[in-house]
Write a protein that binds this ligand. Structure first.
Ligand code: 5GP
Length: 143
């Protein structure tokens, strides 16, 4: 039933937005926050979230979704320049059955390399914060 229902203001991304949980920040403006995924599927796994209380693609206003995907493209380009991967996967899940684990809409930017298989989604392997901050600053430098 996680595809339906009300927005939970205590979800992890809401806490990141309020500054209660730290993140390795890549980009921020009045409507968008982007930061490194703490349990990355690959080096440079970056998340892009809007500053609106929407659980998924079906809850968010069209105008906010357009702004979110435009920023995903912009930040994805910076990931591409900074890390020069062979490919980049853009992912977005709606509802637990589809793989969503944090119920605040977001896009994943997941670099891919020919010689490295990605880790499974939500594998639970936490990355080192110093490494994430280093990656974030390399991506930020290309924005
Ligand atoms: P979803 O499964 O909802 O599509 O994606 C949620 C993402 O958030 C997962 O890739 C997961 O690794 C990431 N994540 C979960 N908790 C945290 C956290 O506390 N900080 C950061 N930066 N990422 C998180």
């Amino acid at each position: 039933m996680s595809l339906y229902g009300d927005y939970d203001p205590k979800n992890i991304f809401a806490k990141i937005l309020s500054g209660d949980i730290p993140c390795a920040k890549v980009y921020e403006d009045a409507r968008i926050l982007s930061f490194m995924d703490a349990f990355p599927q690959a080096k440079g796994h970056t998340l892009v979230i809007p500053k609106v209380s929407a659980r998924n693609l079906f809850d968010i206003r069209c105008e906010d979704l357009q702004n979110l995907i435009a920023h995903t493209q912009k930040i994805g380009r910076a990931v591409r320049s900074a890390l020069e991967p062979d490919g980049i996967r853009i992912a977005q899940f709606n509802g637990e059955a589809a793989g969503q684990t944090v119920f605040h809409i977001h896009f994943h930017i997941i670099p891919a390399w020919d010689d490295a298989a990605p880790r499974a989604h939500a594998s639970g392997q936490m990355a080192d914060m110093a490494e994430l901050k280093d990656l974030a600053s390399r991506i930020k430098a290309k924005l």
